[in-house]
Design a binder for this molecule. Structure first.
Ligand SMILES: N[C@@H](CCC(=O)NCCCC(=O)O)C(=O)O
Length: 250
């Protein structure tokens, strides 16, 4: 039976004629999970307990999107470039990570999702890379009109790390659509990938079953560069183990 992978969507503002916020999720995430052998479902953000959602999934995929409210990671000041904050999504995803970690569910965090993972476990973020870190790397490749399926910079993986194991190499080429990144790594996480400018591009949790955060978007690359399906295949494989363990315990 294909493991069920819960995917968190974005919340986007309504329009003048339809003012209510909308749930939004790029189909690329769904296609990547399905291509990897999983059953994708979208987890509608709710302001309340997430236990019933965690009961029905075998793995969690935290998707990309807007910035996390800085006071979630202890920053009183909000950088002027911070954008796309949605308090419901922040609360929802932080609760999902807490519950999934308690249950030992596999987690893959992509871009914002990598940052949510770090904040949920007690880490902090660089609120604006160009202003607070400084770099010659285009971490927002859309500014350079580079197609989303194509890489814009390299990432070096820690040899022997989960990232190295997943991709089968320590030298990756990735795309990039972010202006924030992990600043102080959470106590339970370790850095397993960096860009040439030192920006943290991948994290993992060594004391969890399978938890990986990636700052790039493999769901946008795997059709053109098949190696980028591997994170989803590894998530689905880990979720299959989680499902069998749950079935055995029932
Ligand atoms: N807001 C954060 C994370 C950026 C991010 O997730 N980008 C993906 C945008 C496309 C999408 O909505 O999936 C940052 O800017 O660092």
């Amino acid at each position: 039976m294909k493991p069920i992978i819960g995917i968190t969507p974005s919340m986007v503002p309504g329009t003048e004629d339809r003012p209510g916020r909308r749930i939004s999720l790029a189909a690329d995430y769904v296609q990547a999970v399905a291509a990897a052998g999983g059953t994708p479902i979208v987890l509608a953000p709710v302001d309340g307990p997430v236990d019933r959602l965690l009961d029905v999934i075998d793995g969690l995929l935290l998707s990309g999107g807007g910035d996390i409210r800085p006071d979630r990671f202890g920053d009183r000041d909000v950088h002027p470039t911070v954008d796309g904050i949605d308090d419901l999504r922040d609360t929802f995803e932080l609760a999902l990570v807490d519950g999934a970690m308690r249950r030992g569910l596999p987690i893959l965090g992509i871009c914002r999702g990598c940052q949510v993972l770090n904040v949920a476990l007690g880490g902090t973020l660089i609120q604006d890379i160009p202003d607070q870190h400084g770099t010659t790397i285009a971490h927002r490749q859309s500014d350079q009109k580079i197609p989303a399926s194509e890489p814009s910079h390299p990432v070096t993986a820690e040899p022997g790390s989960l990232l190295d194991t997943v991709y089968g190499t320590t030298e990756l080429q990735v795309n990039s659509f972010h202006h924030q990144s992990v600043r102080d790594i959470a106590p339970r996480l370790q850095v397993v990938g960096r860009a040439p400018d030192g920006i943290i591009e991948a994290v993992w949790c060594p004391d969890a079953a399978w938890v990986l955060g990636l700052q790039w978007h493999p769901e946008l690359m795997f059709q053109a560069h098949p190696e980028h399906l591997r994170p989803f295949q590894a998530l689905v494989a880990a979720a299959s183990v989680a499902r069998r363990a749950t079935a055995a315990a029932d």
